[in-house]
Unconditional design. Structure first.
Length: 469
């Protein structure tokens, strides 16, 4: 009996000790959780990067200050800046990428519009030889296309019955006036009217005054009439053939004076607004690359070539040596002035995605603010900024595409981290799951459970091999 009482007493003591230990452990756990919670809710002191304008203007300050209205600049903290979409890169990485910046400044955009063109004859100096009467070509003096001619040089001789008849009428009238000096006034007046009508007919047929004067003196009509070159130039086109019959108004020769020529330049649609009448231009020919020629824009054509989206622009070029020949290929450079000082950034600073344009503005070293900008006119190296950047701000001009690629890569890795859980813990199912061997069932091999791993991307992904490593 005593033995049974001893055993019962021992069991009671053990139970009391176990209950006391459980109670103490529970109290200690509560204190630990509370202490952990207090530590987690304690916010560490944040680092101030710089102070920004309270009105939202882009100017910043490394020290506290007030604006013109007496308002305090707002501090920008490290985490707040990183969470606002700013690109943060270590100083070592910035140096490794070779990042360079340049200040956005006001300047006059001087641009050179470069295009191509072709040499054409001045339409105002093209002459057509087309007799106004019917006849036959008796003799050709200039018998090839492209042959240079001098003003007054004989081109061809023609025979025309109409011309011979008109000459005879005038010769008779001219001689009659001289022989009827003593006749009555009515007779002399009739003869004078006949002579004037015949002379007018000859002049309408482009008979020269010298030929008319010789006809009136000799009183004899010439069977053939010689046509002469009206200007110095070259024969652009020749249809005259010896012995051929021609009709009134038929073109026999076309002669162009090439001492001054046109260069028709095709200016693209986006540049035509910069070109003005009077703008100076430089023309270079492939035939004479070391002899640039100077010209002036004399006319801008009012039509657009829909196939090439270009507008023809006419340049007048002096050609005293005849170097420029029709249909030659020309390279044209036109210096066009700007519209005064405008805010500009280098062209290399603009990242064009196709739908919008972005520049990276450097706040402090290693921190870049992506800005969407609205662009205006362009020069060879700079572009006007209408909105998005302020005067004096530093924009990235070198390695900006690498910075943009780096920020996109970090964003992608961050998205992958969130997609995989972003935590190293997972909820445990209610109750105690059976062992793996029991889940496998009799006669089946137990399969290990896949581990759920959360991760956070850090650093830069330099390369991804083909096998995914």
């Amino acid at each position: 009996m005593k033995k049974i009482k001893s055993i019962a007493l021992f069991v009671a003591i053990i139970s009391s000790v176990a209950a006391g230990g459980y109670w103490l452990g529970k109290q200690d756990s509560g204190f630990r959780i509370q202490d952990s919670t207090i530590k987690a809710t304690t916010t560490p002191e944040r680092k101030i990067l710089y102070y920004r304008n309270p009105m939202g203007l882009p100017d910043t300050s490394p020290i506290p200050k007030k604006d013109a209205m007496g308002m305090d600049y707002v501090p920008v903290y490290e985490r707040a800046e990183a969470d606002s979409g700013q690109i943060v890169i270590s100083v070592e990485k910035v140096q490794k990428l070779g990042v360079k910046t340049e200040q956005a400044t006001l300047r006059v955009l001087d641009k050179t519009v470069r295009t191509v063109g072709r040499v054409e004859a001045d339409e105002r100096h093209i002459y057509t030889i087309a007799p106004k009467f019917e006849g036959w070509i008796e003799k050709l003096y200039v018998n090839t296309t492209g042959e240079p001619v001098k003003k007054g040089q004989a081109l061809f001789e023609v025979y025309s019955p109409e011309l011979v008849s008109a000459q005879r009428e005038y010769a008779v009238a001219a001689q009659g006036i001289l022989s009827l000096k003593d006749a009555d006034s009515d007779t002399r007046q009739s003869m004078q009217q006949l002579a004037e009508a015949s002379l007018l007919r000859l002049k309408n047929w482009d008979i020269s005054a010298q030929q008319v004067q010789g006809l009136s003196k000799s009183g004899t009509a010439s069977r053939n009439l010689t046509f002469h070159a009206p200007v110095n130039g070259v024969v652009l086109e020749k249809k005259a053939v010896q012995g051929m019959r021609f009709m009134p108004g038929e073109m026999l020769y076309q002669i162009a004076d090439l001492s001054s020529v046109w260069v028709i330049a095709d200016v693209f649609e986006h540049d035509i607004g910069l070109v003005q009448v009077g703008s100076k231009a430089q023309v270079k020919l492939d035939a004479y690359p070391d002899k640039p020629l100077e010209g002036v824009v004399s006319f801008i054509y009012p039509m657009l070539n829909t196939a090439t989206r270009t507008v023809p622009v006419r340049l007048e070029i002096a050609n005293p040596q005849g170097l420029l020949k029709p249909a030659m290929f020309a390279r044209v450079s036109m210096a066009v002035g700007g519209k005064g000082k405008v805010l500009t950034v280098p062209l290399s600073s603009v990242i064009d995605s196709g739908t919008r344009q972005i520049v990276l503005v450097q706040r402090v070293e290693g921190r870049f603010d992506p800005r969407e900008v609205k662009l205006g006119s362009r020069s060879d190296n700079y572009v006007e900024v209408l909105d998005g950047v302020a005067d004096g701000e530093q924009v990235v001009v070198a390695a900006n595409f690498l910075i943009d690629a780096e920020s996109n890569l970090k964003a992608a890795l961050g998205g992958m981290s969130h997609a995989h859980g972003g935590s190293t813990t997972q909820e445990k199912p209610q109750g105690n799951p059976p062992p793996a061997a029991e889940q496998a069932g009799p006669g089946r091999q137990a399969q290990p459970k896949p581990a759920v791993v959360g991760h956070q991307a850090r650093g830069i992904l330099d390369a991804i091999n083909a096998d995914g490593t």
